[in-house]
Design a protein around this ligand. Structure first.
Ligand code: BGC
Length: 763
């Protein structure tokens, strides 16, 4: 029921009467009030401190006894000098904080934000992993469940989706995004926004999404987090910006500014980005929050001299909310007095923040999301865990399966070796927010219960995740380190492997080796684990390598020597059962890579949609674009992934070969499952514009679809492409369709494709 009718009358009494708007209104039944009238009227009653308070976001903290809030923040909430809190959740705790806000003069409800990145309590695969499902319905489903659980836990707002295109696996935050491609990235961005926000933000089960990090955060020079970004406008508009735009077009309620600079101006002071592009061109109506202290950090960037100037630059650029920096609340009052910022701009920012609170229904009931009973019912329910397992299965990518080592038979002696066999800590991955890793289900337990009575399961840890003591300290993983000598761990592993029929090795990165501030210059499996792998390999037993990691790894040695490799990322709460199902063939792997896996870190950044160059690769010609020591191609290309069956692609045809602008291009192909197991296959369509006024990539993904094809069955797959999808930003930054010759490719990944030419005629 909408109770908004009470609001205007309440407003008049606000200063006098401390009773909450919701309490006052709950029994009345008058006509709904106009949102704009309400918010403008509220703004007209606000002091400058109260206005800046609505533009201020502070963190809550966690102590050993539970969540706590700093005393000065408490005072600020009660004085109306802080309107938004993040890192606070649970109905009881958010209620307590909301009570403080209800003691403020205008009783404007607090907004509670949090990084609900891949699930709230039920943890789904890390976003990079989930993107490998190439399934936007699943992406939407996990966001919907995340919103359901987060909202039941007192939250209103998630700092997700992270849609930064990433082409350099040294950057640890590739784990948080959907990989290297703008078309796939945009589709997932839309699905995520839809999943979080639903169709009605007033529903208790939806939350505000926040598309981040606007913009280009995924392209730091040399893959080093927070580093400078330097990019051509064409690359920006053709490749990096589309997913942010897609999320905004899907209705994302908020945007987070990125830490990096764009064209020499940090995003947080970038008026061209935040006002001209985002608001004027793209029509974004929501609010923009900074990333953590990014206003203050501009002093280090060197585009402003001090916090005061930083605050002025941010507000004037179009930034609405200051995350944790306290710059707005400290400096904008004097900036206003000096006429360096305008009251109209402050009011516009306040309006946008209050609008979000209105849309959530918080003015009607500030405690709408503080329902203990809902939390008990909705969080980690059986259905949520089931969906988490389904998504985990869909996210795995089978990279190699020599002689069909996989799936394993549940018989004989199976040795499980590696630091990720019994591990729970790392399974839920980085940015797992409120997720509790002790509730994650590991591989060991799942395999033991799956094979009970049929196979002998032995176990050895074999190695720690790393022996690098500096890294151990940096990642704070001391308590998960086996204190025995590495030689002792290795000896034990060799002993059990020697008696095994097959060895399953679970190796990889710890969760802290990817994510924020976790760039790596060496992107291999940590060397002590490789030593273990090599020692076991020397025994000559069949080996299945299960990988846990948050980025593409360089796996050249592993690919050459190991029989089967299954990429499992960090799959979340249901990791163990999901991996176990794929391991024993109870489920068929169907994931495909959304980031290219390099042969060596020396190749990065590496991506399929590269340019041809004037001297394309030719192994027999010295002066062509190549390395002396390795091929140009990745080890595993974008779109690649195997299943426990094979698919044959044939008869690629088009409805015709010459098209005019606005005509649909329909491509058709037959895909046959020629193996003996039913499976999903993701069919991909790429286009190459052969001659353009600007150079064009050798291939660009335009369409994809995932199909269930039974053993022996053949399916005809159709995609219709509009000529709009062939447009690009040219050197003058015009969005154009250029007539001429094209090639259309369809196939199982960005390399294994069939091709057919077509032409776009000039009239
Ligand atoms: C990260 C953001 C995150 C924010 C709030 C920052 O350090 O860059 O992605 O949303 O913290 O936790």
């Amino acid at each position: 029921m909408k109770n908004s009718h009470y609001i205007l009358s309440c407003l008049l009494l606000l200063a006098l009467n401390p009773m909450s708007i919701a309490q006052k209104n709950s029994k009345k039944n008058i006509a709904p009030i106009n949102k704009e009238v309400f918010i403008q009227s509220l703004i007209s009653k606000m002091s400058i401190d109260e206005k800046l308070g609505q533009l201020t976001l502070y963190t809550s903290d966690m102590s050993v006894t539970g969540p706590v809030i700093r005393d000065n923040y408490k005072q600020d909430i009660m004085n109306g000098r802080c309107g938004n809190i993040f890192n606070a959740y649970t109905p009881a705790y958010t209620r307590k904080l909301q009570d403080m806000a209800m003691q403020s003069r205008l009783r404007i409800p607090l907004l509670f934000g949090y990084d609900v990145i891949h699930g709230h309590k039920t943890i789904f695969p890390i976003p990079l992993g989930e993107s490998c499902a190439w399934d936007t319905l699943l992406s939407e489903k996990s966001a919907k469940i995340a919103a359901l659980e987060a909202s039941a836990d007192g939250l209103h707002w998630t700092y997700s989706p992270m849609v930064d295109i990433a082409r350099d696996p040294r950057w640890g935050r590739v784990a948080e995004g959907s990989g290297e491609d703008p078309v796939l990235g945009s589709a997932i961005a839309r699905a995520k926004v839809k999943g979080y926000q639903g169709t009605d933000l007033k529903s208790k089960e939806s939350i505000l999404s926040c598309v981040k990090h606007f913009a280009l955060y995924g392209a730091p020079v040399a893959g080093r987090d927070y580093n400078t970004v330097d990019m051509s406008m064409q690359n920006m508009f053709n490749v990096y910006l589309p997913p942010y735009k897609a999320a905004i077009d899907a209705g994302a309620a908020s945007v987070m500014s990125s830490f990096n600079e764009i064209n020499g101006v940090p995003a947080t002071a970038n008026k061209w980005l935040m006002t001209d592009l985002l608001r004027k061109q793209w029509g974004f109506k929501g609010f923009v929050v900074t990333d953590y202290t990014s206003i203050n950090e501009m002093v280090n960037h060197g585009n402003v001299a001090n916090d005061y100037e930083a605050g002025v630059a941010a507000l004037n650029a179009g930034i609405d909310m200051d995350m944790q920096g306290a710059v707005y609340i400290t400096h904008l009052k004097s900036a206003l007095e000096k006429n360096e910022v305008k009251m109209a701009d402050i009011d516009a920012a306040v309006y946008r923040v209050l609008d979000a609170k209105w849309q959530l229904g918080l003015f009607e009931n500030p405690y709408l999301y503080c329902d203990e009973n809902r939390a008990k019912q909705s969080i980690m329910s059986k259905e949520n865990l089931q969906t988490a397992e389904e998504i985990a299965i869909a996210s795995m990518v089978l990279l190699k399966n020599e002689n069909n080592v996989l799936p394993l038979k549940a018989k004989g002696n199976i040795a499980l070796i590696g630091p990720f066999v019994k591990n729970k800590r790392d399974l839920i991955g980085n940015w797992s927010g409120a997720g509790n890793w002790t509730q994650a289900n590991n591989l060991y337990d799942a395999v033991v219960s799956r094979t009970k009575g049929d196979a002998t399961i032995t176990y050895a840890m074999g190695a720690n995740v790393t022996d690098d003591t500096t890294l151990i300290k940096k990642m704070n993983i001391q308590e998960f380190i086996d204190k025995r000598q590495s030689t002792e761990l290795l000896k034990e592993a060799i002993e059990i492997a020697s008696k095994a029929d097959v060895v399953v090795m679970a190796l990889g990165e710890s969760e802290g080796m990817s994510g924020e501030a976790a760039s790596r210059s060496d992107i291999g499996i940590p060397s002590n684990q490789v030593a273990l792998l090599k020692a076991i390999h020397a025994l000559g037993k069949p080996i299945v390598l299960l990988l846990s990691n948050g980025r593409p790894l360089s796996l050249s040695w592993e690919n050459e020597h190991i029989n089967a490799i299954l990429e499992t990322w960090f799959l979340g709460t249901q990791s163990g059962p999901a991996i176990c199902k794929v391991l024993f063939g109870d489920a068929n792997p169907s994931g495909k890579l959304t980031m290219s896996f390099p042969r060596s870190v020396g190749q990065v950044p590496i991506y399929y949609a590269a340019k041809n160059t004037g001297r394309p690769f030719d192994n027999n010609q010295k002066y062509t674009s190549k390395y002396l020591d390795i091929p140009n191609t990745p080890l595993y290309p974008f779109g690649y992934g195997l299943a426990y069956t094979q698919f044959e692609y044939k008869n690629l045809t088009l409805n015709k070969n010459q098209f005019k602008a606005n005509e649909g291009i329909t491509a058709q192909i037959e895909v046959k499952n020629i193996g003996d197991k039913d499976a999903f296959e993701t069919v991909q369509l790429y286009v190459q514009d052969l001659v353009g006024s600007s150079t064009r990539p050798v291939k660009e993904l335009k369409k994809f679809g995932k199909y269930f094809i039974k053993a022996g069955e053949s399916k005809t797959i159709n995609f219709t492409l509009s000529t709009e999808e062939l447009k690009f930003y040219n050197a003058n930054m015009d969005w154009v369709l250029e007539p001429g010759q094209f090639k259309l490719y369809m196939g199982k990944n960005s390399q294994e494709v069939l091709e057919v030419p077509f032409e776009i005629s000039g009239n």
